[in-house]
Design a protein around this ligand. Structure first.
Ligand code: PGA
Length: 257
């Protein structure tokens, strides 16, 4: 059994600030059917938080698709207008995203804040999906690997190895998100390997367990290129997850690699 075959492939749809309740219900039901048809793949969707209760109720407890939250604030409660605590989404979700570049860049969230979010996710016993990625400028300056290592170091240093084993990391080059311009499969694999090597250096026992996803303009017609790579265990899918047929095709693509 190769090391990668011990990791269950994972596809997560990140709907961002999209969908009506009706669309959310229909996308989630479609994803549940796809997930049931591909028991070898783990599938999750991350709707806007306001839809979580309705989706959890509609899907029921034995649905094949899991739910995730797109973001949380680190604090458990308090005067944080507009924010939502990990405790508030935990009853409905298995995964919680932290460090997405749209939070880092649009909302100015720094590495310290991202670490605090990861702490909060572990506090409620859910699985963090830690997003890391370099900007185009950083890539052009040859800094991509250093930037990723720094983001990993900030979020993950000095943790119990059990936390690291359970983690999901999404490599999402900022210049590829929502632009239609994906990384090449070999660049994505190279960066996934950088991530796995970093983990091996810090937590040798966890390195082969951590699932690494690629995200950034993954579509139905390019998904299988990424998923064929040794260190890429699935995808974090934005735009294409809003189209049930495309998302279905992407789930199928990860299932056959
Ligand atoms: P995209 O988004 O697939 O639309 O590029 C990916 C993401 O932001 O997770």
């Amino acid at each position: 059994m190769s090391e990668s075959s011990q990791r269950i492939p994972l596809v997560i749809g990140n709907w961002k600030m999209n969908t009506s309740l009706q669309t959310a219900l229909s996308l989630a039901r479609a994803a549940a059917e796809d997930a049931a048809a591909h028991p070898d793949v783990e599938v999750a969707v991350m709707p806007p938080s306001t839809w979580l209760v309705a989706l959890a109720t509609a899907l029921g407890t034995d649905s094949a698709v899991q739910l995730g939250a797109q973001d949380i604030a680190p604090e458990p409660a308090g005067a944080y207008t507009g924010d939502i605590a990990a405790e508030m989404v935990a009853p409905y979700v298995r995964f919680i995203l932290a460090g997405h570049s749209e939070r880092r860049h649009i909302h100015g969230e720094d590495d310290t804040y991202v670490r605090a979010k990861v702490d909060a996710i572990f506090r409620v016993d859910r699985t963090p999906v830690l997003a890391v990625g370099e900007t185009e400028q950083q890539r052009q300056a040859g800094q991509a690997e250093g930037v990723i290592a720094e983001q990993l170091e900030h979020a993950l240093a000095d943790r119990p190895v059990d936390q690291i084993r359970s983690l999901v990391i999404a490599y999402e080059p900022v210049w590829a998100i929502g632009t239609g311009q994906s990384a090449s499969a070999s660049d994505a694999q190279q960066m996934a390997q950088v991530i796995r090597d970093w983990i091996r250096g810090a937590y040798a026992d966890a390195a082969d367990r951590v699932r690494i996803l690629y995200g950034g303009s993954v579509k139905a017609d390019n998904a299988s290129e990424f998923f064929a790579s040794e260190d890429i265990d699935g995808g974090l899918i934005g735009g294409a997850s809003l189209d049930a047929a495309d998302f279905s095709e992407i789930i199928r693509a990860v299932g056959i690699t």
